[in-house]
Design a protein around this ligand. Structure first.
Ligand SMILES: C[S@@+](CC[C@H](N)C(=O)[O-])C[C@H]1O[C@@H](n2cnc3c(N)ncnc32)[C@H](O)[C@@H]1O
Length: 471
């Protein structure tokens, strides 16, 4: 495949790369590598796949399978993510103490690659706010967060300027900024058509605005991780140098292994890390870790006299609290009929978030409660905290798992009547409710597999389908 690259993009890259330009252009004509990141809380790491070297849980696949037809993908056992962007793990590991309870914001979060990665790296005592400004994209982010199953994440749908009003709230800000997408050219040829000099300028200005809007939300001493998937200097080094001229900021130098092939760059004392496809097995990417060296001290939050979050009653709590592992770690709150578990240690901060931001999803949606009757919700089934003692589970085979995810009727012969956790290879997919002669399929309509399964499930085709569990 050869890409028709805009002439002025070629000229820019020739100037930037010099002798290395032909190797770069050749790499763009190669297929994009496929990689995944495993959810260690749900699945053992595969032993037969080539690891992505800068992360513990990333792996390359030799071909791109149909992920839609792998039940483990729907169960949140892994996320399909571009390899270079997993370098975020190094930036976090090397710039903050991940064993401490941290408040982290992922500002440009959808569809959720970095948010799910951050959620896996943080300690369970931490809080992640995964934000996305575009509403339909915020809903996709919320779906991916629910499937990943961490309980300490809140998904919001706000403009960066709203979040900036939470002065000195966060220990870490991740800004994976909207950009001109040069690094995605071979993965997404549409990005080539959208590229122009004018768009590079527009993106750079927007990134500066985003950084300014959200800067106040970072505590002094806190870390901003800034990344883009583009090569030009305007959106990368020049923005960092500009930031350091506006604010008290310095970059953190990250340790690299030479064999990773990552290029360190520097402008006005600010360091950044570049990924080029002719040097690394991944797409174009840029990242820098910036420390805020001064600013307003963090606020302490007081308990509100009229809290926005309403605690569930004792009776309501009693219905569901055994459904979660570590019930004491959670505060149960109720809004309309939905009962959710929020991390108890963060209730004062969560009160602020719910009062001031548009929260799309938070904690674990445990149950719908009506008249002393609790119905478990899909997010509980997919949560890493669902108590295996509270519900019977039924392991289903590959075709049955796909039929369940397609929202077809399935049979669960050996299960007793009542709520059953439907599992594939030990990974929960959702709820079934066993009645005398049938099983009601409670997989959410909006998450179901939409494509027809007829062809895929023909006996001669099924064996060739991919599931990560076999790797
Ligand atoms: C590079 S993508 C984020 C990808 C995501 N971090 C991941 O790893 O899956 C940038 C995101 O920024 C959002 N965005 C667009 N304009 C924005 C703005 N003005 N402020 C904040 N975010 C914006 C886009 O909707 C998009 O979801």
């Amino acid at each position: 495949m050869s890409l028709a690259l805009p002439v002025s993009f070629q000229t820019r890259m020739q100037t930037q790369l010099g002798e290395a330009y032909p190797a770069f252009a050749d790499a763009l004509a190669q297929p994009s590598p496929t990689s995944i990141r495993v959810n260690k809380a749900k699945l053992a790491l595969p032993t037969s796949l080539q690891p992505v070297p800068w992360t513990e849980t990333g792996f390359y696949l030799s071909a791109r399978p149909s992920f839609t037809l792998d039940p483990l993908f729907h169960g949140g056992a892994y996320y399909v993510q571009e390899a270079s962007s997993m370098f975020l793990e190094q930036a976090l590991r090397q710039s903050v103490d991940l064993d401490q309870p941290l408040a982290v914001l992922d500002l440009c979060g959808a569809p959720g690659g970095k948010s799910t990665h951050i959620a896996s790296l943080l300690s369970p005592e931490s809080l992640l706010v995964a934000n996305e400004v575009i509403k339909p994209r915020a809903n996709i982010l919320a779906e991916n967060i629910q499937k990943w199953g961490s309980g300490n994440v809140v998904v919001t749908n706000n403009d960066p300027s709203h979040i900036g009003q939470l002065t000195s709230f966060f220990d870490v800000l991740v800004v994976d900024a909207p950009c001109s997408g040069e690094g995605m050219f071979r993965k997404d040829p549409d990005a080539v058509n959208e590229w122009s000099e004018a768009n590079v300028k527009l993106c750079s200005e927007r990134q500066r605005r985003i950084l300014m809007d959200v800067w106040d939300a970072l505590k002094p001493g806190g870390v901003l991780i800034y990344s883009t998937c583009t090569y030009n200097r305007e959106e990368n080094e020049e923005n960092l140098a500009w930031l350091a001229r506006q604010q008290d900021a310095e970059t953190i130098t990250l340790q690299l292994q030479p064999e990773w092939g990552i290029t360190e760059t520097e402008l006005e004392g600010m360091h950044g890390y570049r990924f080029y496809p002719h040097r690394t097995q991944g797409e174009g990417f840029f990242l820098a870790a910036v420390r805020k060296t001064d600013g307003e001290e963090a606020r302490t939050f007081k308990k509100s006299k009229r809290p926005y979050l309403v605690s569930a009653s004792k009776q309501e709590k009693a219905l569901v609290q055994d459904w979660l592992k570590e019930p004491k770690a959670w505060e149960f709150v109720k809004h309309k009929e939905t009962l959710r578990a929020l991390p108890a240690a963060w209730m004062l901060e969560l009160e602020q978030l719910y009062e001031n931001l548009r929260v799309v999803y938070g904690g674990i949606e445990v149950a719908e409660v009506m008249k002393n009757n609790a119905k478990p919700l899909p997010a509980l089934a997919l949560s890493q905290y669902v108590s295996e003692d509270a519900f019977p589970s039924a392991e289903v085979d590959f075709p049955t798992a796909l039929r369940y995810l397609h929202r077809e009727d399935i049979a669960l012969e050996d299960s007793a009547n009542g709520w059953v956790l439907v599992q594939f290879q030990g990974v929960a997919l959702g709820w079934g409710k066993k009645l005398q002669n049938r099983v009601n399929n409670h997989y959410p309509k909006e998450w179901r597999i939409r494509m027809s399964l007829d062809e895929a499930l023909k006996p001669e085709n099924v064996a060739a389908l991919f599931t990560l569990g076999d790797q």
